[in-house]
Design a protein around this ligand. Structure first.
Ligand SMILES: [Zn+2]
Length: 333
C-alpha cells in the first residue's frame, strides 16, 4: 500500500474520469436502493453507576420562537444572542427533555416521565417520545416499578398518562416531592394564581393529571433514600418542592439535577439569569450556585433533564458561570 506513486495516481484519476460519465445513472440507482429515512433514530443511552445501570431516555426536544420574557431579568436581545451563540435556529430556542431510567437491580425506576402525548396539544413528534424510546430500549412500561417526579411541571409529569388518559405505567407506584404536592394541590394556592396565566395553567394541569389517582401517589421528603441507591436532594426555587437526586453504588455517584437549570447554553453559562418558569427565581439562583459549586468541586457526573441528549456530562466553573462538558458516546458498559 505504500508504493503509491505518480503513475498509480494518474491511472486512478483516469478511472475516476471514466466512471464519472456513468455517474448520473449510478447515483439514480443509489437513490432508488436507499431512500431517505425521514425519521430520527431512537434516543436512549446507557451508562453505569457502580452496579446500577441507568438509561437516558429522550422524550424529544421542542424548538419554538423565543418568548419575549423567557429570560425575565435580561433583555430579549441578550437572550437571542445566547441562542445564536448556541447555533439555535434564528429567533428560536430549543429545549430537550430527558427522563432517566434507573435499574437498581431489584427495581425499575423512572425519574420523570416527559411531556406525554396529548391529543389536545399535538407536538408533531417533537416531544412525548418517552414510551417509544423505552420500547426501543426493550423496556415494557408494565415493568416500571416506581415513577419518581422531580417536580410537578407538565414536561416532567404528563407522561404518567398514555394518550387515552389511562396510566402509562400501570404497575408503578408514583412518588412526588411532598412540598410540591402540598403546594400544587392546594385550592387556596390555585385561587391566588388565577391572575398569572402560566401559574394558572400549571395548577390546572396538576389537577388534570392527578385527579383520580391520588391514592397511587406517595410523597417523599428531601435527604431520604427514596428508592434503592437513589437519594433526594433539596433544590428549591424552580418550584417549592423541586428536587435533584444522587444515584450511588459502590464508590460511584451521579447527580441527577432535574431543573436546577433549564438549558445549559443559557443558564449554566449565565447562572444568574432567571427562566420564566421559576416559581422563586432568587431562590432558584441560589440553589444553582450551591449545586454547581458542589458538582464542580466533586468533579461529579451531572445529568440534566434539559441538557442536550444524552444529557450526561460534567460541569466546570468558567468565569462567572459554568460550562457543560458532555460525555463522549461510550460504546461499552
Ligand atoms: Zn422542566
Amino acid at each position: 500500500m505504500n508504493d503509491l506513486n505518480r503513475r498509480d495516481l494518474l491511472a486512478a484519476a483516469a478511472a475516476i474520469g471514466a466512471a464519472s460519465a456513468l455517474s448520473p445513472l449510478i447515483s439514480q440507482q443509489a437513490n432508488a436502493a436507499a431512500p431517505a429515512t425521514a425519521a430520527q433514530a431512537p434516543g436512549f443511552y446507557r451508562y453505569k453507576v457502580g452496579t446500577i445501570e441507568c438509561t437516558s431516555i429522550n422524550d424529544g426536544a421542542r424548538t419554538f420562537p423565543l418568548p419575549d420574557k423567557w429570560v425575565t431579568n435580561v433583555s430579549k436581545d441578550a437572550a437571542l444572542a445566547a441562542a445564536e451563540a448556541a447555533y439555535m435556529p434564528k429567533g428560536m430556542v430549543t429545549v430537550p427533555f430527558n427522563p432517566q431510567l434507573i435499574n437498581t437491580g431489584g427495581k425499575f425506576v423512572l425519574l420523570d416521565c416527559g411531556n406525554g402525548v396529548s391529543v389536545l396539544e399535538p407536538t408533531k413528534g417533537q416531544a412525548g417520545r418517552t414510551l417509544q424510546n423505552l420500547a426501543a430500549a426493550g423496556v415494557d412500561p408494565k415493568s416500571i416499578d416506581i415513577v419518581i417526579m422531580s417536580h410537578l411541571h407538565p414536561d416532567h409529569t404528563n407522561g404518567i398518562r398514555a394518550a387515552d388518559g389511562s396510566m402509562a405505567f400501570p404497575n408503578a407506584q408514583i412518588m412526588v416531592p411532598a412540598k410540591d404536592w402540598e403546594f400544587w394541590m392546594s385550592d387556596e394556592n390555585a385561587a391566588k394564581a388565577q391572575s398569572n396565566e402560566m401559574m394558572k395553567g400549571y395548577f390546572a394541569n396538576v389537577k388534570k393529571i392527578y385527579t383520580g389517582i391520588e391514592s397511587k401517589v406517595a410523597k417523599f421528603d428531601w435527604d431520604k433514600e427514596v428508592a434503592p441507591g437513589i437519594t433526594s436532594i433539596a433544590a428549591p426555587g424552580h418550584t417549592p418542592g423541586h428536587t435533584a437526586f444522587a444515584v450511588a453504588s459502590g464508590g460511584s455517584k451521579v447527580l441527577i439535577q432535574s431543573d436546577v437549570t433549564n438549558i445549559p447554553e443559557f443558564f449554566l453559562r449565565n447562572p444568574d439569569w432567571h427562566v420564566a418558569y421559576d416559581f422563586d427565581p432568587e431562590l432558584a439562583q441560589k440553589t444553582r450556585h450551591k449545586f454547581y459549586d458542589m458538582a464542580s468541586a466533586e468533579k461529579a457526573t451531572v445529568v440534566g433533564f434539559h441538557f442536550p441528549f444524552p444529557a450526561v456530562g460534567h460541569v466546570e466553573r468558567d468565569g462567572k458561570g459554568y460550562r457543560l462538558i458532555p460525555v463522549a458516546f461510550n460504546p461499552v458498559l
